[in-house]
Design a protein around this ligand. Structure first.
Ligand SMILES: [Zn+2]
Length: 78
């Protein structure tokens, strides 16, 4: 018995293009531009995409978020 299996499947032209929906005009674009990243306190955040036409209409994404320090106050004083 000769086992002839395990063929490496090659998918010609099977390149998936990540398509995103523009948050501004709602168009599906294959050239999404990250315009904003939303970070949630709990749970994973999400990225907001826009098409190339709408991208310039958005403000730049701050590289570093400089948020004011959250003051830790010892609550619960009676
Ligand atoms: Zn758009």
């Amino acid at each position: 018995m000769s086992e002839q299996s395990e063929r490496p499947e090659t998918v010609p032209g099977g390149t998936r293009v990540p398509v995103r929906m523009c948050v501004r005009c709602g168009a599906i674009t294959d050239t999404p531009v990250v315009v904003s990243e939303v970070h949630q306190g709990s749970g994973p955040g999400f990225t907001v995409y826009a098409c190339r036409d709408c991208a310039p209409h958005f403000p730049r994404v701050p590289a570093v978020l400089s948020l004011p320090r959250a003051s830790h106050r010892g609550g619960g004083e009676r």
